[in-house]
Design a protein around this ligand. Sequence first.
Ligand code: 5GP
Ligand code: MN
Length: 350
Amino acid sequence: MNISEKALLLSGWIDEAQCITCVCHARPDGDAAGSCTAMTGYLRKCRFKDAVSVYPDAAPDSLGFVTSLSPHITADTDLSRAKARIGSTDLLICLDFNTLSRAEGLEEDLRSAHCRKVLIDHHQSPVLSDFDLCFSNTDVSSACELLYSVLMLMPDVNADASRLPSESAEALMTGMTTDTNNFANSVFPGTFRMASDLLACGVDRNALIDKLYFCERPNRLAAQGEMLSTHMKILPCGAAVTVLHKDFYERHALMDGETEGFVNLPLAVKDVRLSILVKEEESGKMRVSLRSKAGVSARRLAAECFHGGGHEQASGGKILIPEDIKSPGEADAYVADVAARFMQDNYTED
Ligand code: 5GP
Ligand code: MN
């Protein structure tokens, strides 16, 4: 089936459903929150459905302006409502993740839901058996860009972006902007076409950029300063390794999501081709964020060494205690060693 045929099938399934639920991955980012908000907004305003987004956990406060645009339930603070919603929904639309396990605490509820499940996603290797219908394309900037293409194929929209509700247009622009790091990476011809169409429909991009990039608290900048001057280590192999422990978050009074984007900073250095950022979470878990320049596969490193995955140039995973290291204090040495070995393999392959 081509994308137009799939879109028509989805449109028929939407017609047949009354209660529709949009879901994204745990720790929603701009693309996850944007795609859920946009789809929910479209289903409510254009198709008159009882549509709601369910987030496995809360998006950072900085994305509150997007999530507040359409109704949503946050599972970690409202678990019984989230479970009841998933259990009683007629159609599930999964956005910005490629396997149900990325919904973490909601995985089993999603798996056991008896309704039709649709995937709209831009990660490699989706688990097709988890879904009844898959829109999957890695040659797009974001789930929002792919969702935009799908919405343009809906009979009622008929390739006219001005028929989208304003909240969907703003949410789509948000997710595309954050996943491309404001047009710095993963940009395709269709990305600019979508941005151009949404701009023509009245999305206020200046206001959006202000909300996304110019509303920071000064302590976030102070934290970046300490990270770059004290914690970032640039290795001879071209990897920058940064480990942030709990005391760092406490010292700068950082809130959830305020270290978003920190992993990109070391890539500004000329010979750095890979940035690895390890964050020790409140629970003691160690989450890993990876970013690379072309030619170095962040995705492969995440899959091979950090129990994760993602995109070629942006991926993530975790370090397990006690399987990988005995205590958080060993993370620096462990990651430096993994990075040096990976970069060596990478160069011999080229
Ligand atoms: P971030 O560094 O922003 O947390 O994640 C970057 C990208 O890596 C995400 O968009 C997602 O595609 C991927 N990613 C992050 N964490 C995980 C993980 O635990 N497992 C997998 N498979 N992918 C992840
Ligand atoms: Mn995404």
